[in-house]
Design a protein around this ligand. Structure first.
Ligand code: AP5
Length: 210
């Protein structure tokens, strides 16, 4: 099964992708996490992507499409995958089609703008494996330490309030049109993001299994 999770920054795509990966057994592919690892390791792609990411802009389509194409060719994707943060533009969605990838379901997680800020200000991310936590809504067992791999948890550079504002603006301009794009193809399901992570997970898993 090939899935796409759509949603604004902080809507909970990464959090729900981790749940689907655990429950359904297909890998989460987060272009954001792949890019962050490239920045950390100062690879040529990372050096190119850094300034876009720091300012809340999108990384150019050709860079991200290349990354995605390589990643879905890996053996762990042969039974399906969850795309978290890709596609983010119509040209990226068209590139996916041109690769011959069939998408089974697109789940758009919708959360009001005013809730996004609280979510992102409390978010903590693992520097080693990219797992996501929240100081209040989804705390790790030990403060500052990843439950999954024991790595250190940090505040993301792009979670500063002014960068969050820009990411939301870019989402509305460039990514939100994908909702109609996939609705037109009969693939879209909308899940309203709930106050509790577990309540959103229940709705997301029902949609995946329907
Ligand atoms: P990326 O890492 O993908 O960032 P994003 O899309 O902005 O999404 P986030 O990771 O911020 O949010 P999320 O929806 O995953 O929410 P999360 O689950 O963490 O991309 C980073 C950058 O890379 C982009 O800005 C861009 O520059 C570049 N990039 C990546 N892909 C690209 C592409 N395809 N094309 C071009 N550029 C690209 O949840 C947020 C917080 O809320 C967490 O703390 C979580 O614990 C908490 N939370 C989650 N659910 C709930 C709930 N139900 N109730 C309460 N709290 C909750």
């Amino acid at each position: 099964m090939n899935l796409i999770l759509l949603g604004a920054p902080g809507a909970g795509k990464g959090t729900q992708a981790e749940v689907i990966e655990r429950e359904i057994g297909i890998p989460q592919i987060s272009t954001g996490n792949i890019l962050k690892a490239a920045v950390k390791n100062a690879t040529p792609i990372g050096l190119k992507a850094k300034s876009f990411m720091d300012s809340g802009a999108l990384v150019p389509d050709d860079v991200v499409i290349g990354i995605l194409k390589e990643r879905i060719a890996e053996p762990d994707c042969k039974n399906g995958f969850i795309l978290d943060g890709f596609p983010r533009t119509i040209p990226q969605a068209e590139a996916l089609e041109a690769m011959g990838v069939t998408i089974d379901k697109v789940i758009s997680i919708e959360v009001a703008d005013e809730k996004i800020e609280a979510r992102l200000s409390g978010r903590r991310a693992c520097t080693q494996c990219g797992a996501t936590y929240h100081t209040v809504f989804n705390p790790p067992k030990t403060e500052g330490v990843c439950d999954k791999c024991g790595g250190p948890l940090v505040i993301r550079d792009d979670d500063k309030p002014e960068t969050v504002k820009e990411r939301l603006r870019v989402y509305k301009e460039k990514t939100a049109p994908l909702i109609d794009f996939y609705k037109g193809k009969g693939k879209l399901s909308v899940v309203i993001g709930q106050e509790e992570v577990a309540d959103t997970s229940k709705l997301v898993l029902e949609t995946v299994r329907a």
